[in-house]
Each structure stands twice: as C-alpha cells, then as structure tokens.
Write a protein that binds this ligand. Structure first.
Ligand code: SF4
Length: 359
C-alpha cells in the first residue's frame, strides 16, 4: 500500500505541502541533498546538466516579456468575451490545455470531446500514460516501488479513479509486463533532492478578461522555482513517442507558470522512458509563440461556442475521435482502430474530467 495519503495528496496539488527545509530528514530511498552537485537519478542528472550550461539571462528576459504578452492576450480574451455576450451574457469560456490541443488537431474533434467529457476511462495506450504518471509520483514521493500493481491501484483509488483501477487489473492480467516495465522506467525519477521541492500534478491557471476566459493546465512535475533556491523546471511525462505537439504543450506550461508565479521557469523538459530527456530553455520566443497559439485557440473556441460550424481536419487523431464513425472526413484517412484503441505511437492525451482546473 501507499505510505501516507497526505504525502501523495500534497505532491499532487502542489499546494498543501510546506515549503521544504533543505535540512529536513531525507526519506528512505532518497540521497542526501547538497548545495551543488546534488545526487539524484538519471532524470535529475540530465536536468542539472542542462541548467549548468544555460544562460541565466534567457529566463530574465523571458520574465520581462510576461506582462506584455499578458496584455495582448487580455485584448483577445476580452473580444472573445464580448462575442459570448451576444450569445449568453456572462458566460465563461474555458480553454484547458487538452482543448487547445484538440483545437489544433480538428475543431470538430474538440467539439465532440467537449460534448462527451465523461467518455469513459482511457484506452490501452492512454492507460500507459496514466500509469507512468502515477509511478513517477510514487518514485518522487516515497522512493522505490516494491509492488507496482498494488501501489498503482492504491494511488488511483486515492484519486477516485475506480474505472481506471479496473482497467489496470485487466491490462496487468492480460500482460503482466505491462505495469512492471513502466514502474521500472520510472526509477529514473528516484532521488530528486528535496531542496528542489518536487511538485506533481500542480495546476497553473490564467484568468483573463476579468475571469471570463480561463486557461488552465496540470503540470506533471515541477522542480525548483520560486520558494526554492533553484531555477524553475517543468517536466512533462510522456509514455508515447516524441511528437511536435509535445513541444507546444510544455511551451504553454512555461507561459502559465510564468503568469502564475511572476517568474518564467528556466527550463521545460519532456521525459520519455526510452529517450534522452528533451530539454528546452525558456526564452521570450518560446513564450511569445505559446501566447499566440493560446490567443488563436481562445478565438476559435469562442466562435464555435456561439455556433460557427466546426471544420474537419482529418489526421491520426481520427482514431480516437468520438465522431469517427459518422464524420465524412474520417473515411478518407483513418477510421477508429479495433476496440477504439489508439496506436501506442500516437499517445492519446487522456485527461480526466478534472482537467478544467480553476474557477
Ligand atoms: S473523424 Fe477526424 S476529421 Fe472527423 S471530426 Fe473526428 S478528428 Fe475530425
């Protein structure tokens, strides 16, 4: 069983845990933190190596750009709110990360997924992502995983994801290596020093146009940043193959964290179990591109909410589209895979209903 729901809960929210004292006692499985040259696992070593060669001026200038980017996005959000008022006075427009990603793939897909927010637990490929996220949480929160299936089920149970528990049991019965392999990969996260205050599944929310437009994301892992003596790092955990959309995802997180904390993170990274960690410095260009995409998505979603007909843009994502069976464009490319499962190389970014964090 998991040791201590409180530990898991505070790491998930990033809100409840106290500000760490670098001199705190270190749990079993963690190395003693030092000031520099701290001892960590493979992931931490890669991150520190990137930070050591990073120009600190990049994050400083990126932080300086945050207010101007916010002002420009406020204008676009206010225009979107005005459009909504002609349809439903005072309505709130929500653009969580998952919706932005859907909109960039296919507008009709975004509308379809919005209409079916409780479309059930994830398919097998997405289940891998869910399991890997939780194994990373376990490694960071409590150290080495001893019984992968039991500990995964315990975390999911604490989080109320009972349908997913059933899926894990079924998947582990069909393929006992399914869970073990993911748990073994997550060992790369062992030994992140406490002074870096690792937070998991923490929210970052931007309220624009006096709260009429809400943009949000949940960050897989945050390290360092404000309230710590270390540069801020955001790491996205990915179980599938690297894809260009993942780069845009972490860029959005850098923007949301920058607005939330008033300081841009220094580094965003994507961690894939079988790949070197993909790190990117956060600079003004990265934040500017993310803000432009977010503004486009706000305008797109506002137009769709007030009744514009969504465009169909077929692609690999048709495989997990709720409209795949009825959409005329889907037939020209790829229909749903048997059983509705996605190709593991096209990882579905499955988000539970709680994806829309914030007010
Ligand atoms: S089947 Fe493909 S093209 Fe049609 S709505 Fe779904 S994602 Fe879009």
């Amino acid at each position: 069983m998991v040791n201590g729901e409180m530990v898991v809960s505070s790491l998930m929210t990033g809100r409840l845990g106290p500000v760490p004292d670098p001199h705190d006692a270190v749990p079993v499985g963690w190395e003693t933190p030092g000031v520099h040259g701290e001892v960590g696992g493979a992931l931490f070593d890669e991150v520190v190596a990137e930070l050591e060669v990073l120009d600190p001026a990049l994050a400083v200038s990126a932080t300086g750009a945050l207010p101007g980017l916010r002002d420009r996005l406020e204008q676009r959000a206010s225009a979107a709110a005005a459009l909504l008022d002609g349809h439903e006075e005072g309505a709130v427009l929500r653009v969580p990360k998952s919706r932005l990603a859907d909109l960039q793939q296919c507008e009709r897909l975004a509308v379809a997924r919005h209409a079916r927010p409780d479309a059930g637990p994830p398919g097998l490929a997405a289940l891998r992502g869910v399991a890997l996220d939780r194994f990373v949480l376990l490694e960071v929160a409590q150290g080495p995983i001893v019984d992968p299936v039991e500990e995964l089920l315990s975390v999911l149970d604490v989080q109320g994801e009972l349908d997913t528990c059933d899926q894990v049991v079924a998947a582990a019965s069909a393929d006992p290596g399914f869970v073990d392999d993911l748990a073994a990969a997550a060992a790369a996260w062992r030994g992140v020093p406490r002074s870096w205050w690792p937070r998991l599944q923490s929210p970052a929310v931007a309220q624009l146009a006096d709260g009429r437009v809400v943009c949000s994301g949940k960050l897989d892992v945050e390290l360092g940043g404000v309230l710590t003596p270390h540069p801020g790092v955001v790491v996205e955990v990915k179980s599938g193959a690297p894809r260009p959309a993942h780069v845009e995802e972490v860029a959005l997180y850098a923007l949301l964290v920058g607005w939330r904390d008033g300081v841009a993170p220094s580094l965003v990274a994507r961690w894939y179990p079988d790949e070197p960690t993909a790190c990117m410095p956060v600079d003004t260009g990265l934040l500017t591109s993310a803000a432009a995409r977010l503004g486009d998505a706000i305008e797109q979603w506002a137009q769709l909410v007030v009744g514009r007909r969504p465009e169909e843009s077929p692609g690999p994502w048709c495989r997990w589209c709720p409209h795949a069976a009825v959409c005329p464009s889907a037939a020209a490319t790829a229909g749903p895979t048997p059983g509705g499962l996605a190709d593991p190389d096209d990882e579905v970014e499955w988000e539970p209903p709680g994806d829309e964090v914030g007010p």
